[in-house]
Design a binder for this molecule. Sequence first.
Ligand SMILES: Cc1ncc(COP(=O)(O)O)c(C=O)c1O
Length: 487
Amino acid sequence: MAVSSCSKVFSSASFECRSDPDFSAPPPRFENLRSRCRLETASFSDAAASATPISLSPAEVAGDEDVVVVAAAEEEEDGNGTVQFKGSVDTFSYSSLTDASKTIHAAERLGRGIVTDAITTPVVNTSAYFFKKTADLIDFKEKRQVSFEYGRYGNPTTVVLEEKISALEGAESTLIMASGMCASTVLLMALVPAGGHLVTTTDCYRKTRIFIETILPKMGISATIIDPADVGALESALEQHNVSLFFTESPTNPFLRCVDIKLVSELCHKKGALVCIDGTFATPLNQKALALGADLVVHSATKYIAGHNDVLGGCISGPDKLVSQIRNLHHVLGGTLNPNAAYLIIRGMKTLHLRVQQQNSTGLRMAKILEAHPKVKRVYYPGLPSHPEHELAKRQMTGFGGVVSFEIDGDLMTTIKFVDSLKIPYIAPSFGGCESIVDQPAIMSYWDLPQSERAKYGIHDNLVRFSFGVEDFEDLKDDILQALEAI
Ligand SMILES: Cc1ncc(COP(=O)(O)O)c(C=O)c1O
């Protein structure tokens, strides 16, 4: 890699490329941007300038990433037109907050690199960022100056969302994208080399399985598919193949099976394989996959994280090194999240802890009621002792979420009658939001397959997936009981 200094560039007649293409650089972190924000902070208006200005000081935050230092300062002109601040210093560290408070404040309160007194994070609607002069651009290219550059590589609103998710996951870095599928497909392509091998599980979101079984083979990538609890099958796959990655949901869709994250991480790491957990059903509150040993955690932010059935998004959290590797490909493929969507997700996350608490409680109470009901054949919910991984779920989760899958004691038509008799939930293909949603997977997700093919995935005609929203528990219970009465 040929590298030249800024002065060499200016003295040279020809303008050479000085570096290999590198798209993996994360968007600027806010502590780096604060130096740029400082002067503007003092110059909102005359009134603001005469009142005690507040400045975020990069020097004072250096070395402590999530401590935001606020200087409640007096301003002083240094003779060169630059306003300097001096005075008392307050610190605000969100790392010491509980998850409930992090969902509200992390990456936002005093911590974002956008200059404003607004309580809420502004939406920065721009596709590109300008440089005041070419020397600044060259400084940026030579990594002497940080800046945003182009909308596909980062956006200040989006970075707030990424840092908020990192705070909840205990991750060094998070990459947000246009959808959950975008996140998992880019991750798989970035981390499994052409001709490589991965391990995944039988029960999972159908589109993820389709990608692994039909798209990845075009790159020579093969997969071993194991039962989520079959540790022996994982061990033999690790023995027989050069496995790059174990990619699994936990809990899985739609049977809410759980994978022993600590154990599989130990086994995979011994063989040099990475572990990625799609924790969409768990939420970043009910399960800390990284703390349990996984290398990466993925979410469809469309579901609980955004929580309002109004926006799509997907995220990947983990160590800087791995996330940068994925970011590199993402910046080329371009599944960028729009900043307006990022704002909606940030706003949705303010109530994540309240929603998830309510959904955990309703999910568990309704699972018990359904299991005891004579017209229900079987219930799949990790919070029930009848669930095959109940003990594991209790160890690695702090709540079991708002989705309950169950089989009606009847056939396709009886199950349709039950679904159509419900008054509160929408018949729709998502979950995790405020509005309750019900779907019959045989129809919603597997209707293109004959019944015998569907059965291979355990998807029988009488299966119902119910996502409890945040409506009143008694209303939901009454609705389900009347719909069961109707069949
Ligand atoms: C477990 C899981 N992961 C990923 C996805 C894909 O997310 P999205 O719909 O945001 O692309 C889904 C969608 O339902 C899912 O259930």
